[in-house]
Design a protein around this ligand. Structure first.
Ligand code: ADP
Length: 358
């Protein structure tokens, strides 16, 4: 435990001394050259060497201070003390709360020969890794939950048809209709999950076919003509093409179609959905605007999260999966573009994408 043996020989000599080969490479040079945050601690707990990575990781410069001044985790302080007293190297994990919560793994190892009594700490920031792991676990839990709900209804209907409604043809017809809509919902979910995973897998590869976004917008208007009519809404396209980008036509159709479908699903009360395609400097912008109820500001930053919906029941009753905007975001990223969402309660929403023009 701290304080370490104060009478021990000062390690300063050792630090000044190490010269590896004839090239005058010192221990300092080695520490500085390492890609991970590394610090060397003396027997009395003073930080004797650090590299730039330590300063960045800890948001402080611990050089010359006692280790406990910057690393307040008892587990790390104990590990350093134990290692200096002769224990073998080991890993410890610790968390800091300020200025932002982060998790580090510290590899604490003895350095120098007998009596030298120094320790080296190599830090690894685990925060991002843990976040990704948590997101992955949440995603699996959400996807399973989304699939289990229609599956439970299907099982319930099958039981009813085999039991209470065994001889009731009218009830059977009704239940079969309901079963069909649950099966359709599962199919939509699986299709969206597969789309998302395919796009994510290719996200780093930029697609490079010539695509006319004016033509894409007109195509989407034709495809969604029936849906617009059912929603009692005019779907209007303004596009003086050609307006060419480099990309994947299928994916860009999916983007514009998802946005236009959402506008028709959630904003049809405004009776008009406008798709506008124009050149804006070096980019082509496609905006999809509705005049529906709009979206409250607190929801907007979260809309592209998987399975995030303002109103889950409302989305489900309209055949939504909660994945449409996540797919849009990934496709737009893959095209090195940007998605912006603006909305005002009572006045409608605009979802706009900007993709570099060819
Ligand atoms: P969903 O399958 O639920 O439509 P999306 O990812 O496409 O999933 O959209 C997420 C949520 O964003 C929707 O559930 C809805 O609450 C909200 N939303 C999307 N577009 C609009 C819009 N044009 N007007 C109002 N709300 C919208």
């Amino acid at each position: 435990m701290w304080p370490f043996n104060k009478n021990a020989q000062s390690p300063a000599a050792v630090i000044d001394a190490p010269v590896i080969q004839a090239e005058r490479v010192t221990a300092f040079d080695l520490v500085r050259a390492l890609p991970d945050p590394v610090m060397v601690i003396g027997r009395d707990g003073t930080v004797l060497m650090v590299n730039e990575q330590v300063k960045a990781a800890l948001d402080a410069d611990p050089l010359g201070l006692h280790l406990s001044a910057t690393v307040r985790a008892p587990a790390v302080l104990d590990a350093v003390s134990d290692v200096i007293d002769g224990e073998a190297a080991h890993h410890v994990e610790y968390e800091i709360r300020f200025p932002v919560p982060r998790t580090f793994q510290a590899y604490v190892s003895p350095v120098g020969g007998p009596g030298c009594g120094m320790a080296v700490i190599v830090l690894r920031d685990l925060t991002r890794e843990q976040q990704i792991e948590r997101m992955r676990a949440d995603f699996v839990a959400n996807a399973s939950h989304e699939l289990r709900t229609p599956l439970a209804s299907l099982s319930g209907f099958i039981e009813t048809i085999q039991g209470a409604a065994r001889n009731d043809e009218k009830a059977q017809t009704k239940f079969l209709g309901l079963m069909r809509s649950q099966a359709d919902r599962m199919k939509r979910l699986i299709d969206d999950l597969l789309s998302l995973s395919r796009i994510e897998m290719n996200e780093h590869v930029r697609p490079n076919a010539e695509v006319d976004l004016a033509q894409v917008a007109n195509h989407v208007r034709d495809v969604l003509g029936g849906m617009a009519k059912d929603a009692g809404c005019e779907l209007r396209v303004t596009a003086n093409g050609p307006l060419i980008v480099l990309g994947s036509r299928d994916e860009l159709v999916q983007v514009v179609q998802n946005l236009a479908e959402n506008a028709l699903k959630y904003g049809s009360a405004g009776k008009l959905v406008e798709i506008d395609v124009r050149r804006d400097g070096a980019t082509i912008e496609v905006s999809v605007r509705d005049h529906g109820p709009g979206i409250a500001a607190e929801h907007i930053p979260r809309l592209t999260e998987r399975f995030y919906r303002v109103n889950v029941q409302d989305s489900r009753s309209r055949g939504g999966t909660g994945l449409g905007l996540a797919i849009v975001k990934h496709i737009v990223n893959r095209h090195r573009g940007r998605l912006t969402i603006t909305s005002e309660i009572g006045r409608g929403s605009t979802f706009a994408i900007r993709i570099p023009a060819k």
